[in-house]
Design a protein around this ligand. Sequence first.
Ligand SMILES: *[C@@H]1O[C@H](CO)[C@@H](O)[C@H](O)[C@H]1NC(C)=O
Ligand SMILES: *[C@@H]1O[C@H](CO)[C@@H](O)[C@H](O)[C@H]1NC(C)=O
Ligand SMILES: *[C@@H]1O[C@H](CO)[C@@H](O)[C@H](O)[C@H]1NC(C)=O
Ligand SMILES: *[C@@H]1O[C@H](CO)[C@@H](O)[C@H](O)[C@H]1NC(C)=O
Length: 356
Amino acid sequence: MLGSRVVHQLYFLILTLILPFSAAYQVGVNYGTVANNLPPPHQVVNFIKTKTIINHVKIFDTNHDILAAFSGITGISLTVTVPNSDIISLSKLSNARSWLSDNLLPFLLTTSIRYIAVGNEVVATSDKTLITHLLPAMETLTLALHLANVSRILVSTPHSLGILSGSSEPPSSGKFRKGYDKAIFSPILDFHNRTKSPFMVNPYPYFGFGPETLNYALFNTNDVVYVDPVTKLNYTNMFDAQLDAVYSAMKRFGYGDVDIVVAETGWPSAGEPNQTGVGLDYAAAYNGNLIKHVNSGKGTPLMPNRVFETYVFSLFNENLKSSVSEQNFGLFKPDFTPVYDVGIMKTNKVYTLQLL
Ligand SMILES: *[C@@H]1O[C@H](CO)[C@@H](O)[C@H](O)[C@H]1NC(C)=O
Ligand SMILES: *[C@@H]1O[C@H](CO)[C@@H](O)[C@H](O)[C@H]1NC(C)=O
Ligand SMILES: *[C@@H]1O[C@H](CO)[C@@H](O)[C@H](O)[C@H]1NC(C)=O
Ligand SMILES: *[C@@H]1O[C@H](CO)[C@@H](O)[C@H](O)[C@H]1NC(C)=O
């Protein structure tokens, strides 16, 4: 009896493993820098890499200090942006080739650049000259990459939802604005289909909610809030409805299979005193639910099981933006403290295993 108990105790091992928790989550953020109090890029990159599960980062330029800071960092891919002011010049091949040699080629060996975003919300500028040079600039940059033997970088351009016509409800009747549809979007989508690059959109339920639809905008309800009268499909959140309206517009031209990337979306954690639906709890709900939703693999009612690479706006609060709400889209303060918890910090999980 005694002997067997000793043997029993001998073989009763408790193994405690402390393993870094690596979620299967894909989390992208926009690393905007309209601020005068942000830490230097190498500290930011070190923070992202060691403390968070963020694995896609988008920047609004080709800041060389940021690109150098990402040098040698594996597991995080980068999207860089051509400023709107460079688009016209880049529609000439010689300029596109020198832009590439000056800004990206020096970093390519060690920095994992995935996409070049040509401008930001160019169609929303209503600047005809800029808009007509957008696709030519995307084409010449693609050719310049090809001539430099770079095949892994894809070219795209992010659009605001202002590209859709006002009558884009229900989601199944989404269409591009009149005048821009055949002339602008059909050839842009053809470019994406040819080059296998994604269509980038910036959906913001924050700009679309009303007093009745706050919980629908925040993914805070499982109730069917909206039924598309044409498809009879049920919508429980506004994000899905916005993406499906974009998809319907694309599908109208036969490009329903082109990938969609959510280049920006977010919710401010503070605003003007008279703003409703703005605050810590709302921002935490939107961004937390968003990350879970896009990682669930559920897709949307019109795009079941599709996964959308999604970039939250934004990494930091940016104190030089023009309004209180715009200054407060950040997940983090400049000193790296989380503004609220959305489950993207790396945590150590304790696994206890009993072996008899
Ligand atoms: C691209 O590759 C081709 C063939 O492999 C080579 O002849 C050419 O020099 C390369 N161009 C550059 C810019 O590296
Ligand atoms: C939509 O929801 C209603 C209940 O609210 C349900 O009866 C119906 O089957 C749902 N339709 C689809 C296509 O899931
Ligand atoms: C998209 O590209 C595929 C080839 O990859 C082609 O078969 C298809 O016709 C293209 N779609 C349109 C609408 O041009
Ligand atoms: C809210 O307050 C700002 C000033 O802080 C003012 O400009 C704006 O018109 C107000 N909005 C409403 C809806 O009252």
